[in-house]
Write a protein that binds this ligand. Structure first.
Ligand SMILES: Nc1ncnc2c1ncn2[C@@H]1O[C@H](COP(=O)(O)OP(=O)(O)OP(=O)(O)O)[C@@H](O)[C@H]1O
Ligand SMILES: [Mg+2]
Length: 492
């Protein structure tokens, strides 16, 4: 890609970017939220057209006006904001547009489609049921479907935009094996991730984007994490995990014997005032389902939630919000944001009392409040009135955080709050969690990244197959012990 520039209205997303990716290598693309990584790759994949610049593949100049042309030329992309047909099955999604033919022309052989999907996922050692409906899948499984869909296409250039953001460490490891295998088969792989350890582990070359410009490109062997961070943010980053003197108070929340229709089985734990309780587990272990059962999304079949010694009767998320509980969902696209609506609306949505009397709201006040809380965590937007869809992935995540900051709840559940946000912003989120804890709130912090759980949480709960299998003081345990508890059944 040579001299690529792209502007969205007032935002210059890319300026004169030149990137060369070799056959048989993994090329990592890193940069802060909004640096232009996804935009650059969407230009390569034919989603956007560059204002200036050229694309050459194997020495041939290419002009893509739509994704089908890019696919034809061998470019396959796994999008950061997963884009599956929810009402179709896993197999139907994987073979969308390339369905195996049935006995008669114009007919689809569902049987063959299922068996091919089964074979494909076995070939790459993923464990997924081809006949499951996508809408019933957890986030991590959707990511695996998206990956299989891209693998099925037999591309020569594979772009992976944050493929591991919803995967736990063991699934991510499996993906790395796949990536290495594809590399040895001669694919060129462009790999975007905010998990910098992965980059060091996997990449042959690293290119860094900052504010829409390519600022650095070097073999990975010459790079380490501090160096990458330095190029990304233009300064050193110390104290990644802020230290804090936890002042843990009396019991704030008790979850007793919680079971739900979604498969949670007799889960009990407490969260104290000022305490950050982490929750670990593999994809599908039931962590999100615990959050959903507490928040009134999934129907509870047994158990109680007690807040400040009062049993809550929560039948819906609205009840939960009124009971001073917040839930930042892991899936910003499906259950988090209203992407077409302005950023400010997205922030104030559960907090309308703050901006007027029903049924009237004051737009000026709304913009001001949203602007204030947005700037507290440095959301990068052209204005609070811009639609949420115009923000980069990481900045969309920050919108969700801003929403729950505004709500000022007593008990906050954060499900993968740092999904897709850059190192600098992660450090800010950790600080924020600390600040909320210092204000005496209780926090349940669900994460697939063990380092951040160990860096931030006072205690770590471990889920496995819908059950709570560990409740450990962070200071008295190790990542190995947590991994072992989370995965032990898989090995036997
Ligand atoms: N469709 C769009 N309309 C308007 N602005 C856009 C659009 N897509 C991207 N932008 C803007 O372009 C800039 C680059 O965004 P991009 O999504 O490429 O960032 P990114 O590097 O992928 O960030 P992240 O790590 O958060 O995913 C951002 O300022 C973003 O707001
Ligand atoms: Mg992006």
């Amino acid at each position: 890609m040579t001299g690529i520039s792209k502007r969205f209205g007032p935002v210059q997303a890319l300026s004169d970017v030149t990137l060369a990716v070799r056959v048989g290598t993994v090329h990592a693309l890193v940069g802060e939220n909004g640096a232009g990584k996804s935009t650059l790759m969407k230009i390569l994949a034919g989603v956007y057209q560059a204002d200036t610049g050229d694309i050459e593949i194997h020495g041939r100049r290419q002009v893509f006006t739509n994704p089908a042309q890019a696919l034809e030329a061998g470019v396959s992309m796994i999008y950061q904001e997963l884009d599956l047909a929810e009402h179709l099955t896993v197999a139907e999604n994987i073979y969308l547009g390339a369905e195996p033919q049935g006995a008669l022309p114009c007919m689809i052989s569902h049987g063959r489609m299922i068996s091919q999907a089964q074979e494909l996922s076995r070939q790459y050692s993923f464990d997924i049921r081809p006949s499951a409906k996508v809408e019933d899948l957890a986030m991590g499984d959707c990511q695996i479907v998206e990956i299989l869909k891209a693998l099925r296409r037999k591309a020569s250039i594979l772009v992976m935009d944050e493929p591991t953001s919803s995967l736990s460490e063991s699934e991510a490891k499996r993906l790395f094996e796949v990536v290495r295998r594809l590399r040895s088969e001669g694919l060129a792989i462009i790999y975007i991730s905010h998990r910098l350890e992965e980059i060091i582990d996997l990449a042959d070359e690293v290119s860094v984007l900052r504010d829409g410009r390519l600022v650095h490109s070097e073999p990975a062997s010459a790079m380490d994490i501090p160096k990458i961070v330095h190029h990304m943010v233009g300064r050193e980053l110390t104290d990644f995990f802020p230290s804090r003197a936890a002042r843990i108070g009396d019991v704030l929340v008790q979850v007793n014997g919680l079971s739900s229709e979604a498969g949670i089985d007799n889960v009990s734990f407490e969260v104290r005032r000022g305490e950050i309780v982490g929750m670990a587990g593999l994809v599908g272990a039931g962590r999100t389902e615990v959050a959903r059962a507490i928040f009134g999304v999934d129907k509870r079949t047994a158990g109680q939630v007690v807040l400040e010694n009062q049993e809550l009767s929560i039948a819906s998320p609205a009840d939960a919000i009124h009971s001073s509980i917040a839930l930042l969902t892991e899936d910003r696209k499906r259950t988090g944001l209203c992407l077409e609506l302005p950023c400010s609306w997205n922030i104030t949505l559960p907090n309308l009392e703050q901006i007027g009397f029903r049924p009237f709201i004051k737009p000026g006040r709304e913009n001001r409040i949203a602007g204030d809380v947005g700037s507290q965590i440095a959301v990068k937007w052209s204005s609070p009135r811009a639609p949420a869809s115009s923000l980069s992935g990481g900045n969309q995540q920050k919108l969700l955080i801003a929403r729950w900051l505004l709500a000022d709840s007593k008990f906050l559940i954060f499900d993968e709050p740092t999904r897709g946000i850059d190192v600098g912003a992660k450090a800010e989120v950790y600080l924020l969690l600390n600040r909320l804890a210092e204000e005496g709130k209780g926090i349940l912090f669900i994460s697939s990244e063990l380092p951040e759980l160990f860096g931030v949480a006072d205690r770590i709960l471990v889920m496995r197959r819908g059950r709570l299998v560990g409740n450990l003081k962070t200071k008295e345990t190790t990542p190995e012990e947590v991994m072992h508890l989370a995965a032990v059944e898989e090995k036997t």
